[in-house]
Write a protein that binds this ligand. Sequence first.
Ligand SMILES: C[S@@+](CC[C@H](N)C(=O)[O-])C[C@H]1O[C@@H](n2cnc3c(N)ncnc32)[C@H](O)[C@@H]1O
Length: 391
Amino acid sequence: MTPAARVSAAIALLDDILQGAPAEKALTVWARNNRYAGSGDRAAIRDQVYSALRRLRSAAWAGGAGDAPTGRALMLGLLRQEGEDVDAIFTDARFAPVPLNDAERQMPGTAPEPVALDCPEWLEADLRASLGEDFVPVMTTLRDRAPITLRVNLRKSDPAHAAALLAEEGIATTPNPRAETALSVTDGARRVANSAVYRDGLVELQDAGSQALAQAVPVADDARVLDYCAGGGGKTLALAARVSAQFIAHDAIPARLRDLPDRARRAGVEVRVSDAPAQAGFDVVVADVPCSGSGAWRRQPQAKWDLTPDRLAELTALQSEILDDAARCTAPGGVLAYMTCALLDAENAAQIRAFATRHPNWTVTETRTSRPDADGDGFFLALLRAPAQTA
Ligand SMILES: C[S@@+](CC[C@H](N)C(=O)[O-])C[C@H]1O[C@@H](n2cnc3c(N)ncnc32)[C@H](O)[C@@H]1O
């Protein structure tokens, strides 16, 4: 495909996504219906679609559509932001997007700050209050793609060994300062999934901030650990690679745990999957709760625009319900680790303040906040210790 034909494809996909199609599904359907497109084309189109979604407001503005994006305006604005010669792409050539009209040729004025920062309008006040002086740098960071990071599985390798094996397969990495197990991929990221190092379970794809959270949870070798919201099992697998405790994975939607036994086998660790209601008496309970995902919006840019006040209210109510349920599963003197990949105070510190009010005999032993940056996503962690004897 020519660069212009790729832009035409991205425009059509963005129009579908703006009509409500989930981005990942739209890309899969497009690839199935356009088999002439090679893997390089698919990757380039995917990159353009995701870049435009990350910059939905600023790209629409730069494309002359104000706050009413269309696929064409988004791609025009994105290409302008990237310094491309748009007249060489929007032409009369076959498969190219048609030439710019007079209105599109007008260069828009300077965008207001929230537009330039691609901040959802209704969330601006909450994000400013939650992020304080980090608001501008964080929102700026979220406009670009996230780093690709591997977790070295200490059961099977160590960072230097894994980096050397990855290099032999054409994958260049560098140590990531957020976690000792983390390697940032600097070249060859698309080769990771088919590499022997990955297939043999020496490395997993996992954000460095996520790895740092798993390292911060205190787990003894003889502990019984419940991952209350295990999902795909990222946190459990990271914990299980570190200590030989007993791990039980639970999720309200058991189908989400389906791949976990295979992933655990590949990693050489033991994790028991349970679809029974969670029991009491665990030394450590991990509650990696459903959240806005705002700390990871670079990876899921559609989530940034799909979040609504009602959905956020549902999420915060669910988070406090899960905290109380997870507290009931924690043994006397045990630890409850509450985690989000959210930036909003309502999902983080405010949840912990409300928990402490509801459970005055619990102790908040640590809270940690990390912002999205070049090394990883944004996360929040609170470690809560249960009273030695339940009342
Ligand atoms: C942030 S994801 C977990 C990600 C996972 N821990 C990982 O590291 O890959 C949150 C999970 O919570 C689950 N969940 C939602 N409501 C729940 C509830 N009431 N009880 C337990 N799990 C719940 C969701 O199904 C989802 O899999």
